[in-house]
Design a protein around this ligand. Sequence first.
Ligand SMILES: C[S@@+](CC[C@H](N)C(=O)[O-])C[C@H]1O[C@@H](n2cnc3c(N)ncnc32)[C@H](O)[C@@H]1O
Length: 410
Amino acid sequence: MTDAVQQQYEAYPYPARDPAEEAQRLISGSPSFLPEVNHYLFAGRRDFRQPFRALIAGGGTGDGLIQLAQFLQLTSQQLGGPQHEVVYLDLSAASRRIAEARAEARGLTNIRFITGSLLDVAKLAPGPYDYIESCGVLHHLAVPAIGLACLATQLGPKGGLGLMLYGSYGRDGVYPLQTALRQLMPDEATPEEKVALARRLLSDLPEGNAFRRNPFLNDHNTGDAGLYDLLLHTQDRAYTVPEIIELLDSSDLEPVAFIEPCRYDPLSYLKDSGLREAAAALPQLEQAALAERLCGSLKTHVLYAAPRHRAAACIAWPDDPALIPGLRGLPAAALAASLEKTGKLVVTFERDRLELLAPEGAGKIAALIDGRRNLGEIAAALGMSWMEFQNAYAPLHALLTGVNRLYLRV
Ligand SMILES: C[S@@+](CC[C@H](N)C(=O)[O-])C[C@H]1O[C@@H](n2cnc3c(N)ncnc32)[C@H](O)[C@@H]1O
């Protein structure tokens, strides 16, 4: 099966990327956004003056790779620190060529490219690693638990993982359509013929078809590589939250956080006080499983994970005045004004518009979050004792980390 997967990604490197576009924009997302990795896996305390080594397992055309390598290169330049290393590993030579061209276009010199299977990581690209990303890859293995185990054994003593796995409920309709396509596909069809046949079938689907009714799936509209990946894949499966926990468990790993955390909180969706009370009484992972069932639009699960014995200590908590909060993509002044005016934070994920209540006085604190002041300095600027500030800041911290817009660092 690995051969068939490899052939697919030789024919259709995924996602389709043009290295010339590196001059215009940096693709940034989760997992592997460096401040997010630091917050969720290193309690915000990673010292980037020390060497940092990362593996991008199944790096594809390079989205996660380029983002991480670019941030690490900037960090090295700013801190005058050591050159960090990002190792790219993928089965597909065609994908690697695109990722290499993107790295070259950006002048990135901190990447080592390796072609091969992550099942051979111990031989091809041995650890220890501070961070291992596997985004959209493990669900394409014959036995994902074996792939995960291969990666987990390459983690360094403080290392952790950033993962993306397909979500079952948000992919409603994909698997019956994949099976239908296999039934209709001539054995000898070339990749191009498969794509053409899939397009013909898509335009014939009746209105009630689950895939046609699923508004969250769009890859088939982004081009042939997207369509192939979504509907013609030779090997993929999707996961529910409990199935992810089971997968992690097989390698003695635990989730540190699902991203975005508020989407995995049932209270984000429930208004009825009795239902909220019942949901809040559930253990945390059961709450995440409930949230996924209520939400319905989670077509992927992004999560950070770490060895069980230290997973709880990986995440950053606002318990130290020296920690510096920084916002991602939210200008502090606009956020502060909106929190003050409306008393809530409104976010939209897929089609879910979540209205999250802001704690009283949140705007005044938010206005001081500039990525430079630490928590102690913000408390002092507000004339609050550390204890008073901690109480006032905690609900705002929960709100902004919940929507994945705030990280802590030293
Ligand atoms: C859906 S793409 C994801 C690419 C990239 N991680 C991203 O998120 O943009 C899956 C990638 O995993 C690679 N892959 C699949 N099985 C693999 C394996 N056993 N070892 C290494 N790479 C693998 C494929 O070649 C392909 O490039």
